[in-house]
Write a protein that binds this ligand. Structure first.
Ligand SMILES: [Zn+2]
Length: 346
């Protein structure tokens, strides 16, 4: 072999080696870059899931409607008063946990938006969420015929549902959600925009809710004469109506919401929101049909409550089906994250 050829080989081998080294260095760099990109993406995702501003207070300022007094109490103690005031303690543990997380989120959202002045939340279910202290709940349970053993068992369940979900709340794009809930949706939940007439909230849009028919609130009916309806409307509305005595043709459903609930009702010559008709007639929901029989107008109602957000009977059904609490929450509030929030040092 001549010298020139050896030189060629040596040169060729060195060149190949250099190319391999450059290639390997680059692969390592690409890998590092990929890892960094993934890390940044993950961090953005984490921030989206949990905004650091969500740091929460350990206590809540609660206004007691009866006395007007504002009490500052521990958040979990507050929730242990809300849970049995809002959901039957006989419900499945995962349904109770879902309700505890929803009630906690509802409270944090109220605190972050300052809807009340001088306090965070009130005990009136029509305004915020219901709350009774332990003594009052014990009294209510005794009134329902629960013996001491049952009452103790229920208290244990309430404690477990709240303690085991300590600091867990529901967020959407890093903010606490408006965690609305109701007793029984009648099979499908309602869009918040249909009830409160504001912009759509993506996590408060209709979803299917199974197992509702098992509940005693599922079907109900109320009947009135046309004149009774006229009187009730005129006692509450500026827009006065008049109907003839038999009034049979003077009440009619005009339109429905996206979930199939009633939206507008004609009474006489006026048109009213179904939510108003529901309130003045004391109907369990706006999911109704009208039947005319003899002199009466019968409202056949399905479900109980406004229908927005989590259905409590639905939650209980899904819990029986083996869902855990965050699966129940994510079923009713689409696209949300269930996260652990940090408490402030206060
Ligand atoms: Zn309130």
């Amino acid at each position: 072999m001549n010298k020139k050829l050896i030189m060629y080989y040596a040169f060729f081998c060195t060149l190949t080696l250099i190319i391999i080294i450059i290639f390997l260095i680059n692969i390592k760099r690409w890998e590092q870059e990929k890892q960094i990109t993934e890390k940044i993406e993950k961090e953005i995702e984490e921030v989206k899931k949990y905004d650091k501003e969500n740091k929460v207070s350990r206590t809540i300022r609660l206004k007691i409607s009866n006395t007007g007094e504002v009490q500052t109490i521990d958040m979990d103690e507050y929730l242990k008063g809300v849970l049995p005031s809002e959901m039957p303690p006989s419900y499945e543990m995962e349904a109770l946990k879902a309700q505890a997380v929803v009630a906690r989120t509802y409270a944090y959202e109220k605190m972050s938006t300052n809807t009340h002045e001088g306090f965070d939340i009130c005990d009136n279910f029509a305004c915020c969420q219901a709350y009774y202290n332990k003594e009052k709940i014990s009294e209510i349970w005794t009134g329902r015929g629960f013996d001491k053993k049952t009452r103790d068992k229920y208290w244990e369940k309430i404690n477990e549902a709240v303690d085991s979900t300590n600091n867990i709340a529901v967020v959407y794009s890093g903010k606490f959600i408006k965690a609305y809930f109701h007793a029984n949706s009648g099979g499908k939940t309602e869009s918040a925009s249909e009830i409160w007439g504001k912009q759509k909230i993506s996590y408060l849009e209709p979803v299917e809710s199974r197992g509702e028919e098992e509940h005693s609130y599922y079907k109900s009916n109320e009947s009135f004469t046309a004149k009774e309806i006229e009187n009730k409307i005129n006692s509450k509305s500026e827009v006065k109506c008049r109907v003839s005595n038999d009034g049979k043709d003077e009440i009619e459903i005009l339109s429905h919401t996206v979930s199939g609930r009633v939206k507008k009702v004609r009474v006489g010559e006026n048109i009213y929101e179904a939510t108003f008709i529901r309130a003045i007639l004391g109907l369990k929901s706006t999911n109704f049909s009208i039947e005319k029989k003899d002199n009466k107008i019968i409202f056949n109602v399905t479900g109980y409550g406004h229908g927005v957000g989590m259905s409590q009977t639905g939650a209980n059904y899904y819990a029986k089906e083996g869902y855990i609490y965050d699966q129940i929450i994510k079923h009713y509030y689409k696209g949300v994250d269930v996260v652990k929030v940090e408490q402030k040092e206060d």
